[in-house]
Design a protein around this ligand. Structure first.
Ligand SMILES: NC(=O)C1=CN([C@@H]2O[C@H](COP(=O)(O)OP(=O)(O)OC[C@H]3O[C@@H](n4cnc5c(N)ncnc54)[C@H](O)[C@@H]3O)[C@@H](O)[C@H]2O)C=CC1
Ligand SMILES: O=C(O)CCC(=O)C(=O)O
Length: 447
């Protein structure tokens, strides 16, 4: 006899059999939410979870563009508009060769719960393309973005769906996308977030995901009367989220000893301080180079080609690169080295087996939908500023970001604390995220 969770999961699997990342994300939520629904009659017999796992709309489109040699290239574009119960669809665009419907559905599904946790009126969505910006000229990236927006513009709008950046989509891409939207729609609205300050971006948005993740770690450590000071930290990735997580950890007295990219990781025993981080920012954001180039400036550091950094002993591990980048064996290694905290800066970087290992060992584990929600929360603040046609000071946005992250921690605590006083952050984040969306869906009827 199948349990309710198995029966639910099997029916989702039947319809989405080729979508392994999406199924992984759904299973993690279902095994927590189904028992919660069972215990709360208000949410029963309304097919709420069945409705939530079905995107309201998924758009797939052709993106033809001309490369620098005049040859025609074709990519596939996507926007998955997952759930608009509590606000306009909101979530990033990812440009990476691995992008497919499964990855964007997992990201869009996660985004629904994450955006709900922020307390802001944001629905969930995600989009992107299998286009690889790496190795392309600025003109090629611009032509691609214009072609992508040439279709996407029909589906988005400041009150409908507001995309932003993700892997491979930073301020350069957002600028080209925004410029083309403005041209074809003849309107200047907050249709995208992550914009440059010169045309409506928010202070602190670039920093927000990394900073927010560190604020969340502060709250977790506080429950143990501990802090970030003097903690040894390992971060994977060296893009937007990783860079600002590193900056905030250093500011708070921690020491980041390793960072990575898809080619391997660097280890710097002395710590990647503010000056050294600047070198990484130049390599990554300006030269669009490889992390190994860090050794051109800091010769005492080491580079481990093709390896992930989880074997490096640390107190805090922050995976900030991509999905499923921390597996069971690596979690066991972290536990062996007495890690205290693992907080997901990336979306679903920790495999289900790895989460099990960490939780069993009483490591404080924060899922991405809670720990990395600071980015989209600050996008919500960018939308508010755009609607007001006003810009808030850096300190004000940072203060609001802190408050939101502390509030998310409190929500995880409210729904995830067990009788022994320990917080299960996965349980807490999923239930707290679900309740607001479910209440809004119940209020709005069957639509
Ligand atoms: N940018 C944002 O505001 C937010 C991003 N995230 C998530 O954070 C993660 C990183 O995103 P960003 O920093 O924005 O992207 P990014 O494009 O700025 O950086 C991505 C980093 O991940 C590395 N990477 C990519 N694929 C990899 C692989 N297969 N193995 C090892 N390293 C790999 C890249 O080398 C790069 O260092 C993603 O999971 C994204 O969905 C989550 C919330 C908000
Ligand atoms: O700021 C946004 O809307 C996008 C953030 C995002 O894609 C994410 O939270 O994964």
């Amino acid at each position: 006899m199948q349990t309710k969770i198995e029966a639910f999961f099997n029916s989702v699997k039947e319809k989405n059999s080729n979508e392994k990342e999406f199924l992984q994300a759904v299973y993690e939520v279902a095994e927590i939410i189904i028992p919660f629904i069972e215990a709360h009659p208000k949410y029963q017999n309304k097919m709420l979870l069945e409705r939530i796992v079905e995107p309201e709309r998924a758009i797939i489109f052709r993106v033809p563009w001309l490369d620098d040699s005049g040859k025609v290239q074709v990519n596939r574009g996507f926007r998955v508009e997952f759930n608009s119960a509590i606000g306009p669809y909101k979530g990033g665009l990812r440009f990476h060769p691995s992008v497919n419907l499964s990855i964007l559905k997992f990201l869009g599904f996660e985004q629904v719960f994450k955006n709900s946790l922020t307390t802001l009126p944001l629905g969930g969505g995600k989009g992107g393309s299998d286009f690889n910006p790496k190795g392309k000229s600025d003109n090629e990236v611009m032509r691609f973005c214009q072609s992508f927006m040439g279709e996407l513009f029909r589906h988005i709008g400041a009150d409908t769906d507001v995309p932003a950046g993700d892997i491979g989509v930073g301020s350069r891409e957002i600028g080209y996308l925004f410029g083309y939207y403005k041209k074809i729609k003849n309107e200047f609205t907050g249709v995208l977030t992550g914009k440059d300050l010169s045309y409506g971006g928010s202070l602190i948005r670039p920093e927000a995901t990394g900073y927010g993740c560190v604020y969340f770690i502060q709250s977790m450590l506080k429950t143990k009367n501990d802090s970030i000071k003097n903690k040894k930290v390992v971060i994977s990735g060296s893009g937007n989220v990783a860079q600002y997580a590193c900056q905030k950890i250093t500011e708070l007295g921690g020491k980041v000893v390793a960072m990575s990219d898809s080619t391997g990781y660097i280890y710097d025993e002395k710590g990647i301080d503010a000056e050294k981080l600047q070198v990484i920012m130049t390599i990554k954001n300006e030269n669009r180079g490889r992390i190994q180039e860090y050794l051109d400036t800091y010769k005492n550091a080491q580079f481990f080609e093709g390896q992930r950094p989880w074997g490096v002993a640390c107190d805090i591990a922050i995976p900030c690169a991509t999905q499923n980048e921390l597996n069971k064996g690596e979690a066991e290694e972290l536990v062996k080295n007495k890690v205290l905290v693992v907080a997901e800066g990336a979306n679903m970087p920790t495999t289900p087996k790895a989460i099990e290992i960490l939780q069993q060992a009483n490591v404080l584990f924060a899922p991405g939908k809670a720990a990395n929600a600071g980015g989209v929360a600050t996008s919500g603040l960018e939308m508010s500023q755009n609607a007001l046609r006003y810009s808030w000071k850096k300190e004000k946005v940072d203060e609001k970001l802190r408050e939101i992250m502390y509030h998310i921690h409190a929500s995880c605590e409210a729904y995830g604390k067990n009788d022994a006083g320990e917080i299960d952050y996965v349980k807490g984040a999923n239930i707290a995220g679900f309740v607001k969306v479910a209440d809004a869906m119940l209020a709005q009827g069957v639509v």
